[in-house]
Structures are given as structure tokens and as C-alpha cells.
Design a protein around this ligand. Structure first.
Ligand code: THU
Length: 126
């Protein structure tokens, strides 16, 4: 599965975003090492802390289905440029895909990739 396909799947998942409070839609598509993909969207809550980001929706779906080996995650948002993962999502990526990559699309439809390690260089660990 190439980066463009992952971005397109993330855009499809973004359509399911439940974001009535921020009106900011996010979609993600996680690629497992065996080629399986899991998508996710952000899911907000009237109690704002109950909100789940798109990236964590995709990762938690995968882990709950028995997958733990991930290579890439594509993320798209309804803003007008790159949608970088938040700190909590990066910490979750550090747990499951520290050697993985984040795939984003800029406002000229160019794909940019970043190493998870580059985005969270000093991740908390036990
Ligand atoms: N959001 C994500 O889904 N992923 C991120 O990495 C950043 C933020 C969502 C959470 C909330 O629903 C909306 O974007 C605005 O913060």
C-alpha cells in the first residue's frame, strides 16, 4: 500500500468524523506490517476530555483486533495545511510504532513523511 493510497483512505475515514464542537475533521489510516489497514476519525464529546483523536481511534482499533506491529500512519485534517498528530497521539505512536512513519498531505496535495522519532524525539518510557 503506497502513501497516496493511505492518504486517500484517511480522507475517506475523515468523512465519519464526529466533531460538532471544533468543526475540525480528522481522518487516519494505519498500515500494519502485514499490509492490513485500520482507519479512524476523531470522535468528540460534550465533556471535551472524552474526545478521541483519529490516530488513536485507528491504533486502538488495530490493537483491540490483535495487531501491534505498525509501519505507517497517514493523517489528514480539514484545516488548510499539514495536520500533525497531537502530543498524546505521538506518545501512543511511540508505544506501538517508534520506528514508524507519519504520512501527511500539504495544501498543494504533496505528501510529506516524518519519522515518529523525529516528531517525539524524547518520548516518555518506563
Ligand atoms: N485531533 C485529532 O483527531 N488528531 C490530532 O492529532 C489533533 C487533534 C482532533 C481532536 C478534536 O476533535 C479536533 O481535532 C480539534 O482538536
Amino acid at each position: 500500500m503506497d502513501n497516496r493510497e493511505l492518504i486517500e483512505k484517511a480522507k475517506e475515514a475523515m468523512k465519519n468524523s464526529y466533531s460538532p464542537y471544533s468543526n475540525f475533521k480528522v481522518g487516519a489510516c494505519l498500515l500494519c506490517s502485514d499490509g492490513t489497514t485500520f482507519t479512524g476519525c476523531n470522535i468528540e464529546n460534550a465533556s471535551f476530555g472524552g474526545t478521541n483523536c483519529a490516530e488513536r481511534t485507528a491504533i486502538f482499533k488495530a490493537v483491540s483486533e490483535g495487531y501491534r506491529d505498525f509501519s505507517k500512519i497517514a493523517v489528514v485534517g480539514s484545516g488548510n495545511d499539514l495536520t500533525f498528530p497531537c502530543g498524546i497521539c505521538l506518545q501512543v505512536m511511540a508505544e506501538f510504532m517508534i520506528d514508524g512513519e507519519v504520512v501527511l498531505e500539504d495544501n498543494n496535495s504533496n505528501i510529506k513523511t516524518f519519522k515518529v522519532r523525529e516528531l517525539i524525539p524524547y518520548a516518555f518510557n518506563l
